[in-house]
Design a protein around this ligand. Structure first.
Ligand code: SAH
Length: 366
């Protein structure tokens, strides 16, 4: 079924599938260049820098892909105190960045009131946006944090294939078998909403990825995070991958860049990061390849260095360059691409546009 076109020359379902498969190099090159052009025309040349703080590596979940899953004993678990989080946030603000991202495992020890206090404390530091990525928290917590001033929330739906999702993201006793209802709640609460998927999860197909892209559009996402699945030998899925091999979709930089490009073409004014997992696969050019294929955001890591290796969602993350100085080389590399490192809040133009449309028009708009 072809997608309804958002822009006149947006790719059809058939073109999306052909681009994802990547058999025709000229065709792929065409879509990547189109995505770069559309990125320039709709969100411009700024690459927004977000200061990432990984606030806790405790997690109650059993996700079979993630190194931080509850049963993994080889993780140095930590939880930053509100004061430690605020000190790290101060470093981000002092570096002149306009957004602070607080990310963590799904950790009930990060309490509703502590996080609310941290959000308020960050806003007291100046005009910075606060993004949360704390997993599947309840409506009350999400509402409290929004009221405290949280601006954005990142929660990847990981894959739109429900069977695959249930396999890699087992439900807990709360019985929640999808993240989609939470994404809708976040929208209703007035958050800028971000989601995304991993690429190259064993068992994932190209059709699944095309469905993922369609769902990005349906959810009208303001932010879209797409990264390669990185096998972690300390996880059930990682152990299996090592013996059976991945496929049919490759978990490599090239495939992720094709998904990034298609996401840009389908949602021209969303914010799309060049994700950390890309840099793990290719330290020298991981970010760059996504930045010239439609991405416009990078998230340097401001987690206190002593804690860094404890945030083990997959191996290889802690050894990235920028370990001591998160901005090391990054701004120069962005300028080398002819782009400008962003030191502003960088709200999603898609979010701004939706907000500026009167509600009556919005209904007819759908
Ligand atoms: N607990 C939060 C934050 C998790 S880390 C949450 O679940 O939303 C953010 C993202 O890292 C996850 O959404 C997932 O897509 C990604 N991730 C986790 N393990 C990974 C792995 N082994 N390879 C690649 N990406 C992974």
């Amino acid at each position: 079924m072809p997608l309804p076109t958002a822009i006149d020359d947006a790719p059809t379902r058939a073109e999306i599938l052909a681009c994802l498969r990547g058999d025709d190099a000229a065709e792929v090159a065409y879509w990547l260049a189109e995505a770069d052009r559309v990125r320039q025309a709709s969100v411009g040349s700024i690459v927004h820098l977000r200061g990432l703080i990984e606030v806790s590596s405790h997690c109650r979940r059993l996700c079979t892909y993630c190194g931080m899953r509850a049963p993994n004993r080889n993780v140095k678990r930590y939880r930053l105190t509100p004061e430690e989080i605020l000190a790290a946030a101060r470093n981000v603000v002092d570096a002149g960045l306009g957004t602070i991202v607080l990310q963590a495992g799904e950790d009930p020890g990060l309490t509703e009131s502590d996080i609310a206090r941290v959000i308020q404390g960050i806003h007291d530091m100046g005009d910075v946006a606060v993004t949360l990525s704390l997993g599947e928290r309840n409506v009350r917590e999400l509402a409290t944090w929004r009221r405290a001033g949280a601006n954005r929330y990142l929660l990847r739906f990981e894959t739109s294939n429900r069977k695959l999702y249930r396999r890699i993201h087992p439900a807990l006793r709360d019985g929640q078998t999808s993240r989609l209802p939470i994404l809708r709640t976040l929208r209703e609460l007035g958050y800028e909403v971000g989601s995304g998927v991993m690429v190259g999860v064993p068992g994932q197909t190209f059709d699944d990825l095309a469905d993922d892209l369609e769902l990005f559009r349906e959810l009208d996402l303001d932010m879209i995070g797409v990264g390669p699945y990185v096998p972690d030998p300390d996880t059930p899925l990682g152990r299996k991958t090592a013996s059976a091999g991945a496929g049919p979709v490759a978990n490599d930089v090239a495939t992720v860049c094709r998904v990034v490009a298609l996401a840009r073409l389908l949602l021209p004014d969303s914010n799309i990061p060049a994700t950390t997992a890309l840099a793990v696969l290719d330290r020298k050019r991981g970010y760059e390849q996504a930045l010239v294929a439609g991405a416009n955001v990078v998230m340097p890591n401001f987690t206190p260095t002593a804690r860094r290796e404890g945030y083990r969602i997959y191996p290889g993350k802690a050894e990235l360059p920028g370990y001591l100085d998160p901005l090391f080389d990054l701004e120069a590399r962005i300028r080398e691409l002819g782009r400008t490192p962003g030191h502003v809040r960088g709200d999603s133009p898609r979010f701004e546009r939706r907000r500026s449309v009167p509600p009556t028009m919005k209904e007819t708009d759908r």
